[in-house]
Design a protein. Structure first.
Length: 124
């Protein structure tokens, strides 16, 4: 995924590996606390990002845009979800974070050119 952050007039974007939890509607990511994006997040937890399927065929384009709030991860079950997806990361003892998603926009050309599906949390 690509993740964008903003704080005090400065933008940052980074690439992160992720696991997704359907149960909590959250992405789980790992990142060191001394990165630009985490420094931003400590002052402004609102983030945006995207995930895309790489293809040269227009009819197969799929991409997901999202917005959410970034938190330090405390949930042991979600930690296990991340390490199940990336077992080699366990030995590195990374700092894990949760992105609670409140907005999704899916573009899926397999459903028709430019087909977009939008979901927003009822708690917005």
């Amino acid at each position: 995924m690509s993740l964008a952050t903003y704080d005090k007039g400065e933008l940052s974007v980074c690439s992160l590996f992720y696991a997704y939890s359907d149960d909590t509607n959250s992405f789980i990511v790992a990142s060191a606390e001394d990165t630009n994006h985490i420094r931003h997040i400590k002052n402004n937890a609102m983030v945006a990002g995207n995930i895309l399927l790489e293809t040269d065929e227009v009819a197969k384009i799929e991409g997901l845009q999202f917005r959410g709030e970034f938190f330090s991860l405390e949930d042991k079950i979600l930690q296990q979800l991340y390490f199940k997806a990336f077992p080699y990361a366990f030995a590195l003892r990374p700092k894990l974070w949760e992105i609670k998603v409140n907005y999704f926009k899916l573009t899926d050309n397999r459903l028709g050119f430019g087909k977009k599906i939008i979901w927003e949390s009822a708690s917005l």
